[in-house]
Design a protein around this ligand. Structure first.
Ligand code: HEC
Length: 477
């Protein structure tokens, strides 16, 4: 190489090298910044996989999409991750799944997906969605192996999904008589509409499914049963959407014991089904009071929510009721990181507890249900250590919990009103009960089963006197 050639080469290297280094630095910075996953946290999570797992031993080099991953997705993910369902991307085929591989690993290791938030140390649930360890191991091994496609011939038959009603064709559908106009923006109070059932005899309901007309703007919907003769919102014109008077809405959900919940919708919730041999009772002449919370999403639209029923064939042995224990009398101080609010319910007759659903808003941190038996013994039934407002889940017990008369259901909630809570709308505000998500709620919903012929009034009666005394004595702050 001649001297002047060497100079040209050195000059070229000097010219090219700095921008190259800069480019490399920026790229590594970008890739770090664009990854929404807390990688550092994931490294800290140790996933214990019991030896002798039921699934075939996963050999990293052999694991492939079609053979190993599709069955896992069918069992655990495609219920939501397919076109037309609530998840934004489909995991039906390799092409649409592959870009998500990295995030899938994060999501399953952090237990963000599938959405299921019960601490596995407590309670056994019939609708448990927690990813089994063997399936988790398969997914992670696949991602670690570079998410290989494999041979399509090794894929199982595609899972069969029913479009539309998950409960099958309903025997009867109640729908809002008119579409409701949801504005593009603004805050809407809960909307109500009374729909008479027209039932001339008592009917037993085995399954219900609420289907929002427009899931993009329906935050939640509840169908309450108003028994004949009730004065609750008695002045409302049937079929016309209305806002209840201040006095009516002030009572909140507390004090509505007499008004059972027949059907409800929250994101991620499965349809309601009674246990075998059990059903909910709709008395002749009852009305439905449908409550809908709309959250405008930037585009003016309409909604016509409906819900379907499957009737019980014959006479059930047991009756199920959805009840709640609520504390609406709290004030969470600004900035408080772990504020406790409790509620409780004493059951006035022998009953069985079949399911629970904690409800809080954006400052909700954790929630637990405990039963305290008349003997003084107690047991934790559900603990949700990291409550997620966007997933209002129902936890159905594998075996009903037998509760003799006088058993107390105790709910304990903690709220994080500090700046450490990324969901906190405003850590500088004291927060009280209210309908909007920047207000708070503390409701422990629960489903009870009693012999079909028992008067549920007995369940409530002792509760009322108890409430008056103890809400004053214990829970007042
Ligand atoms: C009950 C419905 C449901 C099930 C079951 C479910 N997902 Fe999701 N998933 C969603 C929804 C809705 C979103 C978007 C909103 C969100 O991120 O919470 C989502 C988001 C995700 C994301 C993106 C999360 C992120 O960090 O951006 C990943 C990855 C994911 N799901 C993987 C899975 C995997 C893997 C499974 C099965 C093992 C699964 N999901 C099961 C509903 C579901």
């Amino acid at each position: 190489m001649r001297t002047n050639q060497r100079w040209v080469l050195a000059g070229a290297i000097l010219l090219v090298l700095p921008p190259l280094i800069v480019a490399m630095l920026t790229m590594s910075h970008w890739s770090r910044a664009s990854s929404p996953s807390p990688v550092a946290d994931i490294a800290k999570i140790s996933v214990t996989i019991p030896p002798g797992n039921t699934a075939k031993a996963v050999n990293n080099s052999a694991v492939s999409f079609y053979k190993d991953v599709v069955p896992v997705l069918q069992r655990n993910c495609q219920g939501c991750h397919r076109p037309g369902e609530i998840a934004p991307m489909s995991f039906l085929d390799y092409k649409s799944t592959r870009p998500w591989a990295g995030l899938m690993k994060n999501a399953v290791l952090l237990r963000k997906m599938p959405p299921w938030f019960a601490d596995p140390r407590y309670g056994k649930f019939a609708n448990d969605r927690r990813l089994p360890e063997a399936d988790l191991k398969t997914l992670v091994a696949w991602v670690d192996a570079g998410a290989p496609e494999g041979n399509p011939k090794e894929a199982p038959a595609p899972a069969k999904w029913t479009a539309g009603w998950k409960i099958g064709k309903p025997d009867l559908v109640f729908e809002m008589p008119n579409a409701f106009n949801v504005p593009a923006s603004g805050i809407l109070e809960y909307q109500y509409v009374v729909i008479p059932t027209g039932f001339t005899e008592d009917r037993w309901v085995q399954m219900t499914e609420m289907r929002p007309g427009n899931p993009a703007v329906v935050h939640h919907a509840n169908a309450f049963l108003r028994p004949p003769g009730s004065q609750w919102m008695a002045d409302a014109r049937p079929g016309v959407v209305f806002l209840p008077s201040a006095a009516q809405s002030k009572s909140g959900i507390a004090g509505r014991d007499e008004y059972e919940l027949l059907a409800s919708y929250t994101p991620g919730m499965q349809p309601w089904m009674a246990r075998p041999g059990a059903a909910k009772l709709v008395k002749a002449g009852s009305d439905i009071v449908l409550e809908i919370h709309y959250t405008p999403n930037g585009t003016a639209t309409t909604d016509k929510t409906k819900f379907g029923l499957i009737f019980y064939k014959g006479q059930p042995e047991r009756r199920e009721l959805t009840m709640n224990t609520t504390n609406s009398d709290f004030e969470i101080p600004a900035g408080a990181p772990h504020y406790e609010v409790k509620s409780q319910y004493v059951l006035g007759s022998d009953s069985e507890l079949v399911g629970t659903m904690p409800h809080m808003h954006l400052r909700g941190k954790d929630f637990s249900y405990k039963v305290v038996y008349p003997t003084g013994e107690s047991s934790t039934l559900l603990y949700v250590p990291q409550y997620d407002f966007h997933w209002q889940l129902y936890y159905s017990f594998e075996k009903p919990v037998v509760m003799p008369k006088g058993t107390r259901i105790e709910c304990t909630a903690h709220f994080d009103n500090s700046p450490n809570n990324p969901m906190n709308p405003d850590p500088t505000k004291n927060v009280r009960w209210g309908q909007q998500s920047w207000d708070e709620m503390m409701i422990g919903w629960f489903d009870i089963s009693i012999p079909a012929k028992t008067d549920p009034g007995n369940l409530y009666r002792s509760q009322k006197s108890y409430n008056r005394f103890f809400s004053w004595l214990l829970w007042r702050r």
